[in-house]
Design a binder for this molecule. Structure first.
Ligand code: GZL
Length: 346
């Protein structure tokens, strides 16, 4: 009975919309011809229970172990939730993500979710989605839009706190050590929220110890290959300048693992000759930490698929969701590696 009620309500709302638009439109281009957002929302809310939600997801790329795990979590959870997922991989290019969002709008999906590769440059396309009455969910990374009505919520980690946690571990670790203590930093993708905020949080904490100084800092674009390449350049220039490198702060595991390869090839023992701090918490990084090559991992949880799907169902049903939803994560020093490794799911 409920289903019949649902579908007749749906027809009633749709009929109203049709009549409104037919009466209102002087030309197909005129905005008065489109149903009001309220009518769209009402129609969505009356979506027959058996009609599958269609979600368009624009993923950053496949640049790291973290991203691969995040993609799997999104895809598995959509299947589990009975949501029809349209998925795109932007190969870390903003223009590809914008293209994908525009195609989801054209396909009139029920909702759009994406992890913005960089913070800026989203207002225009998010406004197009809003004007089309399609709710947008930010996952993993934030945008710097001033207009927060352009998205329903941002579900992701607090990257500044992750940076602070990395800094706190280091300040404690070297509190009795004489200076100078030189830090080299492998930053994530330039302009991305995690790169900006992990740097910000780390610097905020280490300034409490004047012995700690970031002497080299460059992006490794969150990839293993680039992390190795940049670390090779750091090693070369440190040798030429005769400066020591005491700490590596890598914004993700893949860059840390690439850097570890470069260090070992140069005869430098990672985790011993140079402290290694990494973020994410992938299995490969925990294995390296168990082998003594990483000193601490600050976790960043990619397994947000179930939460994303629940949020999508809520926003399509017209329910209010919190503007900011935090993912939960921990800090794992080297001595926890052996015990924690079997628990790692990504
Ligand atoms: C963080 C995520 C970052 C990971 C990297 O939430 O955006 O992007 O730390 C990934 O491994 O490439």
């Amino acid at each position: 009975m409920k289903k019949v009620w649902k579908s007749s309500a749906f027809l009633l709302v749709a009929a109203t919309m049709f009549l409104t638009s037919a009466c209102g439109s002087s030309s197909p281009a005129s905005t008065s011809g489109s149903a009001s957002p309220a009518a769209t929302k009402a129609a969505e809310a009356a979506k027959p229970a058996d009609k599958k939600i269609v979600l368009g997801f624009a993923q950053v790329g496949a640049e790291s172990g973290w991203r691969t795990a995040n993609t799997k979590s999104i895809q598995d959870s959509a299947k589990e939730a009975g949501i029809d997922l349209k998925f795109s991989d932007a190969q870390q290019k903003q223009e590809n993500q914008i293209k994908a969002i525009r195609s989801y709008i054209a396909q009139k999906v029920d909702a759009i979710a994406f992890s913005p590769v960089v913070e800026s440059g989203w207002d225009t396309v998010l406004k197009e989605a809003k004007d089309a009455g399609i709710p947008v969910v930010l996952t993993d990374r934030a945008v710097d839009s001033k207009d927060t009505s352009l998205y329903k919520t941002f579900l992701g980690s607090d990257f500044v706190e992750e940076g602070r946690n990395a800094g706190k571990w280091l300040v404690e670790k070297v509190k009795d050590q004489k200076g100078p203590i030189n830090i080299v930093e492998l930053q994530g993708t330039t302009g991305s929220a995690p790169a900006i905020d992990r740097k910000k949080g780390f610097e905020e904490v280490i300034k409490s110890n004047p012995n700690l100084k970031i002497v080299k800092s460059q992006t490794g674009d969150f990839t293993r290959a680039k992390g190795k390449e940049v670390m090779e350049a750091f090693i070369k220039s440190a040798k030429a300048e005769n400066t020591k490198m005491d700490v590596l702060y890598a914004h993700n595991d893949d860059m840390a693992l690439g850097a570890i390869q470069a260090l070992e090839e140069a005869g430098i023992k990672p985790g011993k000759d140079i402290l290694v701090i990494s973020l994410d918490g992938t299995k490969d990084a925990f294995t390296a930490m168990k082998d003594g090559k990483i000193n601490v991992i600050v976790e960043c949880n990619p397994l947000m698929g179930p939460q994303v799907m629940q949020i999508v169902k809520d926003v399509v049903a017209g329910k209010e969701v919190p503007k900011r939803i935090l993912t939960k994560e921990g800090v794992f020093p080297q001595e926890t590696a052996e015990k924690e490794l079997p628990n790692r799911q990504y």
